[in-house]
Structure formats: structure tokens, C-alpha cells
Design a protein around this ligand. Sequence first.
Ligand SMILES: *Cc1c(COP(=O)(O)O)cnc(C)c1O
Length: 219
Amino acid sequence: MIKEDLKKVRNNIPNDVTLVAVSKTKPNSDILEAYKAGQRIFGENKVQECVEKHESLPKDINWHLIGHLQTNKVKYIAPFVALIHAVDSFKLLKEINKQAKKNNRTIDCLLQFHIAQEESKFGLSFIEAQELLGLPEFVELQNVSVIGVMGMATFTENEEQVREEFQALENYFNVLKSHFFKFNDAFKTISMGMSGDYQIAIEEGSTMVRVGSSIFGNR
Ligand SMILES: *Cc1c(COP(=O)(O)O)cnc(C)c1O
């Protein structure tokens, strides 16, 4: 079933859009099934779970941390994480840089934006992001690479609203690109779209979708 559902999702996604298979709460056996079908990028939202899965599953899996990340837990994923999606403060970015340096590597990160109407969701405002990127200390962070933006739309049936929120994120990306990353080819990722809304997200410029339940079933 996972194999077939993964194939269905893949067929709905253009080749230049990256699929992150969100495996949070799902057992290793489910992940291996997707792995055998060729999937190599998996997304987890909890540090402990991500570490355990990394330890027991094939080492050529790219693990993405997609959930809110506490500063004091960065050290556990720093040795192996491929992309951190939810950077929402300079303090966090600084800690990622510190732990990346300890591990002799550079860690790719996305800035998470608050685009939904819901209060509970984490993320930066556009002004906060501009302030962060404008800090003199930002350019001193040699072991992090900010490669784009991430956001979650409101959980609603209202397609137009979801579309507008994705448009806002794409717009943020474009403005930041022209102001801060004009000569940085690495800044090219717009991580938006989940099981319920990835089609809309792709129409609005997503380059990376994070799909869980449409592949692995409900949690
Ligand atoms: C759980 C989660 C997803 C995947 O959600 P589905 O609706 O199962 O596709 C995507 N992004 C984030 C940040 C998540 O926490």
C-alpha cells in the first residue's frame, strides 16, 4: 500500500519538486517500504524520534527535521541532519552553526514563516526575517547555509485562503532572494504543501513538498 500511495503522490509532483516523505510516528518497517520504492528523503518533527530512526535505518537516508526545534536539542541531530526546515530565530540559527562547526560540517536551513491565520503555528514575520538576515552577525555564521523558506498554510477548506498564504510565502522568498541572496545560487527552496494542499502549493511555486498521511496513512 505504501509503495502504491508513494507512487501516486510522485506522479502528482513535477520532477523538479522535491518530495519529503513525512514519516513521523510511523514505524521503521513503513519507512523501509518507502525506501525500497526509492524514497530517500524523510521528514521527522521530533528530535528523539529522528535520532533513533537515523541510527537504525540505512545511512543513505536524508533526514529532514520539519518540526519546531528547541535550541538545547540541536546537538543531537547536528551530526547527520540534511535540512532543518523550521528556523525561526537568530538564537536557533547561531546554535545550529555552533553544533555544525563541532561536527565539521555545514547544515542547510530554511527560515520558517508564519503565513497561517492560526495563532499556534511557529514562524517569523517578514519584518523579523529581514532583521535576522540584516544582522552583522549573520554573515559570520560560516557553518549554516540558509537555502530558502518554509511555511504551513491554515488548515481550512477555503482553497482561496490557502492559495493566498502560499502566494505570500513565494513573495517573501522572491523579495529576500533579491535583497539578501542575489548572488547565492543555494537560496532556491520554497518548502510548502502537505497532504491536503500540496497541489495548490505546487501551483503557487513550491519546490519542496512535505507529504505524510497521503503516503503512510493517517496518524
Ligand atoms: C506532519 C507534518 C507534515 C505532513 O502532514 P500530512 O498532512 O500528513 O501530509 C508536513 N509538514 C509539517 C511541518 C508537519 O509537521
